[in-house]
Design a protein around this ligand. Sequence first.
Ligand SMILES: [Mg+2]
Length: 241
Amino acid sequence: MRELTWLFDLDNTLHDASHAIFPAINLNMNAYIAQVFSDEGSASDDAAVNAARVAYWQRYGATLLGMVNHHQVRPEDFLREAHRFDDLPTMIRAERGLARLLRRLPGRKILLTNAPRRYSHEVLRHLGLHRHFAKHVPIEAMRVHGRLRPKPSKQMLRKLLAREGIRPRRCVLVEDTVGHLKGARELGMATVLVTQYLASDSSKGAAMGGRATSPFRKRPIYVDVKVKSVGQLFRQMHRLR
Ligand SMILES: [Mg+2]
């Protein structure tokens, strides 16, 4: 049997981004979007800005793409401004034992995150997990024909599989965002849903757009394995075969 390749999401999969990081990102994004709207002479009040941020996230899977497509912002500017933190390490919360889990999990691990390189690298280092990943694919690296194609782009996933020489059936996507798992499954990949950081209250859910954050009591049909935490993955692995 050929070796498995694991594609791990970062935010709300390997750590609790809803605790402090997403609220800070949303404030940063709102400030940036308000500035862009005001420069354009459009309404830039909280309601207009929130509505745009959520709508772009729902439509494109990343607020960034909406701002690039509709407002011609430079991706690097938007990503830099959205990920400014006073003290990132103090904002990170995660379960213990993930390094041990990743060490025990057979196969190659790739970090696949719609977050930018600098931020995701810093979070991974702080969690002490960087050495367990053979490769790090941040949003800047998710380009197809020169255009940004973050998750859930199937073009991007296909390109990644081809470049790495991975057969979809030997590849597992581990994620908290069900929309991303759906696309992966359509390509024939195995899928694991991680639920513990999904917001149970609507205030957190609304923060990242609402779509992906409603808790799933039942397992969607395109999800092979549902776990509360990545720490439970090892025990549930047999269900992926
Ligand atoms: Mg996530």
